[in-house]
Write a protein that binds this ligand. Structure first.
Ligand code: KG4
Ligand code: ZN
Length: 353
């Protein structure tokens, strides 16, 4: 399909797997020429992402978002070396919109199409040249978002080992549910973090799920239930602000302790197979939380690991990471057929050749 040799031109990346409609153009060296994210506010009244609303919003927003980044990069589709679009895992409606759009551009302009796994895109972000993190394989990725909570050994492009993951809720989901119990808005993470600043993190001793257990799986539903039980002990609608702040701070401390414990185990697991590994990267919206960042930084300091948290806009869903993952794969000579179907479920293990 390809008119121009790989790496001869810029790459367009498209991300539509959840509620962010995003596009980015990177040059052949991975420098960001243009990027745009349009977050869908239409979900706010529902307190969570509504898949059908998300799909319709992607349909409405994506053409303009792509046109904006192409104009800002000062290029036309004909100048592209390739088109990369998130093809899974995620909400199927959005995946169909984004990958269909990407394939359309690829067909019309005879460019290679790259079907990008969203988790791999998060995993490879740390290797963006502009970040200067020196993220050579292998390294450890802790992905903590509203939809995902996993520890991954990133061993190469297309080569990832899932060391552990949540057995119930994702970390961000736990923040969102606790925010709801406290009567805060959605998304809940930032609201809980703000309120926690006014509270005492030792006021309530909430459980530290799975602490000390082997492996690096996560669990948050028991912690959420413990928070709900404490709140239910107050008469309805009569939770004093200080008590709410103490609950928020104590919950956040429990999540931080749990993540720190699980990350410690993940480091040990990674070093069993890769004793030379020295970098832990955190990604996902929950990585915005300062208390969690400090806890993970402390774990890394203790265990002789470097700790890297990419800038927040690259931790949350974005298209720079999709374009970059596409570039990494293009450099290795890989390309996907236009028949590649979007996949709501697409475990990283299935990327291996
Ligand atoms: O990565 P992301 O933007 O979207 C996906 O889930 O894919 O992550 C959003 C999640 C939400 O659950 C949100 O509550 C959580 O990240 N979050 C936070 C913070 N900021 C966002 N959780 C804790 N503290 C924060 N400051
Ligand atoms: Zn994501």
């Amino acid at each position: 399909m390809q008119d121009s040799p790989a790496e001869s031109g810029p790459i367009l990346g498209i991300e539509t797997s959840c509620d962010d409609t995003a596009a980015a153009v990177l040059d052949a060296q991975g420098r960001v020429l243009a990027e745009a994210v349009s977050s869908q506010m239409a979900h706010l009244p529902f307190g969570g992402v509504v898949p059908e609303i998300a799909a319709r919003a992607h349909l409405a927003l994506l053409p303009d978002v792509v046109a904006r980044v192409m104009a800002e990069a000062g290029i036309s589709f004909a100048d592209l070396a390739a088109v990369a679009a998130t093809t899974g895992p995620g909400l199927i409606g959005g995946l169909i919109v984004g990958s269909g759009f990407g394939k359309g551009v690829a067909i019309a302009h005879r460019k290679p199409f790259l079907a990008i796994n969203h988790l791999e895109a998060h995993a490879l972000t740390a290797r963006l040249p502009a970040l200067g993190l020196g993220a050579e394989f292998p390294y450890l990725l802790l992905l903590v978002s509203g939809g995902h909570c996993q520890c991954i050994a990133v061993e190469g492009v297309g080569r990832h080992t899932r060391l552990g993951g949540t057995i119930d809720d994702a970390a961000g989901e736990a923040f969102d549910k606790v925010a709801k119990l406290l009567g805060l808005g959605w998304p809940g993470g930032p609201a809980v973090e703000r309120m926690a600043k006014d509270g005492n993190p030792t006021a309530y001793r909430f459980p530290r799920p799975l602490q000390g257990r082997p492996g690096c799986d996560f669990s948050f539903s028991g912690l959420k239930t413990a928070v709900a039980t404490v709140i239910a002990a107050f008469p309805q609608g009569a939770l004093p602000y200080q008590a709410a702040a103490d609950i928020a701070a104590s919950f956040q401390a429990a999540v931080a302790d749990s993540l720190a414990d699980r990350a410690t185990h993940a480091i040990a697991m990674l070093r069993e197979t890769h004793p030379q590994a020295d970098l832990m990267v955190v990604a996902g919206g929950v990585a915005a939380n300062q208390t969690l960042r400090s806890a993970l930084q402390a774990v890394c300091d203790t265990h002789g690991m470097r700790f890297a948290a990419p800038p927040l806009r690259l931790c949350t869903d974005n298209a720079v990471m999709v374009a970059w993952a596409g570039l990494e794969r293009l450099r290795l000579g890989s390309e996907d057929g236009l028949a590649t179907a979007p996949r709501p479920r697409w475990p990283l293990a299935e990327l291996a050749p």
